[in-house]
Design a protein around this ligand. Sequence first.
Ligand code: FAD
Length: 292
Amino acid sequence: MLRQALLAISKSERAERLISTSPLTAGVVGRYVADDVGEVIGELTRKGLLVTVDHLGEEVTDQRQAEEGVAEYLRLLALLPAGADVSVKLTALGLRLSEPLALDHAAAICRAAAAANVTVTLDAEEHDTIPGLHSVHAALRKDHPDVGVVVQAYLPDSLDRCEKLGGVRVRLCKGAYTAPGAYTRPADIDRSFVRCLRVLMAGTGYPMVATHDPRLVRIASTLAVLEGRDATGFEHQMLYGVRPDEQLRLAGQGARMRVYLPYGSDWYPYLMRRLAERPRNLAFFLRSLVSR
Ligand code: FAD
């Protein structure tokens, strides 16, 4: 119930105006969103962590905004070390306006990323954008075979999707939105996650295991060993600000550990999704509002 309510609030412009213009939210935002992205990338990489950087923004409805999003990614790519990744939301590049427009924009980012020795991963968003996501991903792969894509385990067709994505860099996550017919019970989502993991680990692609769930992290590491993958054959991914000690622990053990690092002023829907995932964070958020 609370999750649904917070996800609904994440789409409310009124709530966004109220919350995002309040100076009181800055402390909470700073926990999950980089203020100085260049500085945070430096800090994380010095600690042995890899990064995937996301310029916040989504659901763009005018072409100029979409072009500004591309320009920002091109500026970002100049800052990134080789081996970094950028996470891209196609709705920030104009997918709601037209698929060919989003494809052109994503292709421009992929070309610049290849020149910088950086990979690109396409985030998965609302359920009605998933067909467009996979069609753009397939088109991009013709020239950029290493472009990655996200699969959300809460979608019942996620297993089928993983089976079709042989040879691909696939980030597997539980899913942060809502979708008709999606699994909603945590146990069902976890089972789907493990089924997908089995296929990805046994397959020919590169699995990127995006979860903070200690049990799923352990299962992923075990399956990788069983499938004969060494530490370079898959990676763990976690969000900036979530379980930072665990991120360092995994990196310290020699695992590839990539931190999803968002930055930019359009942080509101991202933060609301993080609160929806973990009601305890809502209490932290509310406390920080009253304790200043
Ligand atoms: P949960 O069931 O939320 O949590 C399991 C356990 O992890 C908790 O019990 C707790 O111990 C710990 N934990 C979880 N969250 C927190 C927290 N905020 N603070 C402290 N501890 C916590 N979703 C999409 O729909 N599309 C995407 O493209 C996408 N990309 C992602 C990229 C990365 C790198 C990550 C990590 C997640 C991404 N997500 C994406 C979000 C994902 O779908 C989940 O909503 C989110 O990761 C929470 O699920 P979980 O697997 O961590 O497990």
